[in-house]
Design a protein around this ligand. Structure first.
Ligand code: ZN
Ligand code: ZN
Length: 285
């Protein structure tokens, strides 16, 4: 039922069909991205990032909490979400708790564009604005790395330790930011123009709901989604190690998705594009 793909240093597993369900897991980062389905194996991570409240992205939150309770996870799931939908999600979880007959716990982490939240292992998640008819966010997972400034590269280990002891860290080291992963779904393509840092993320997971002339770009834009034409218009901008395209419309069978991307993506992009779709057969479910 689940698809797993390798994308640079991480793997992405889960399920994603535009308008039906999107629920992804990145095991290396210990995070879930959206909860439009609640596969059994998604009970592990303690952090969920909701892009927005549409049912195909958030509709299975109660099921996910139920699965966690069933396997004995007592820690409330930390749910990062657009601040505007916090109370609605809490209301929904409260109603689900009443229906369940016991409390389904979440710890909401409301976020606005630019907000950061620690994710563990030296990573933090930074929210950015996506463009959809309802409140929505994308998330960039950023690692800050201290690098010795070139001017001090001649210092010995002992000298560096001594100067650090004297509190000269800021002088000695520059802090570099590296975006390990960015996630942008259910959005106009303008998100790429307004957040050019997405082109530099090591791994970019981005929606590409429509792929050819059967649904032209104007149809994609009317629903606040991205068309492959719009990605190809920007092909030379992508510096990512891997670009995971997902949230494909069920207009296309999985094999067609692979065929269209292989045919339409120019070589430098094709080598890095990963289609988040089963290798053959139909979409799950
Ligand atoms: Zn969607
Ligand atoms: Zn949506």
């Amino acid at each position: 039922m689940l698809t797993t793909v390798s994308a640079g240093p991480v793997s992405v597993r889960g399920i994603s069909v535009g308008g039906i369900y999107t629920a992804l897991q990145v095991p290396e980062l210990g995070v879930l991205l959206d909860a439009g389905a609640a596969p059994r194996s998604f009970a592990g991570p303690d952090r969920l990032f909701l892009s927005h409240g549409h049912a195909d992205h958030a509709g299975s939150l109660a099921s996910l909490l139920g699965v966690r309770a069933l396997v004995g996870k007592t820690k409330p799931l930390r749910v990062h979400l657009p601040a505007e939908i916090e109370s609605d999600v809490e209301d929904a979880v409260a109603a689900a708790s009443r229906l369940q007959g016991h409390k389904l716990g979440i710890r909401p982490v409301p976020m606005n564009p630019g907000d950061e939240a620690p994710v563990g292992s030296g990573l933090c998640a930074r929210a950015f604005r996506t463009h959809h008819p309802v409140p929505s966010l994308g998330y960039a997972f950023v690692r800050r790395v201290k690098k010795l400034r070139p001017a001090y590269s001649g210092l010995s280990g002992g000298e560096i330790r001594e100067r650090r002891r004297r509190g000269e860290d800021a002088l000695l080291f520059a802090v570099e930011e590296r975006t390990e992963l960015a996630y942008a779904t259910d959005t106009l393509v303008g998100v790429l123009d307004r957040e050019p840092a997405l082109y530099k993320a090591r791994v970019l997971i981005i929606e590409c709901t429509f792929l050819d002339e059967r649904k032209p770009p104007r149809v994609a834009r009317a629903g606040c989604h991205i068309h492959l034409d719009e990605i190809l218009d920007r092909a030379s901008h992508f510096d990512n190690e891997a670009i995971v395209l997902m949230h494909f419309s069920q207009t296309y069978k999985p094999a067609e998705v692979h065929e269209i991307l292989a045919r339409r993506c120019p070589a430098p992009l094709r080598d890095r594009v990963v289609a988040f779709a089963p290798g053959a057969g139909d979409w799950p479910g």
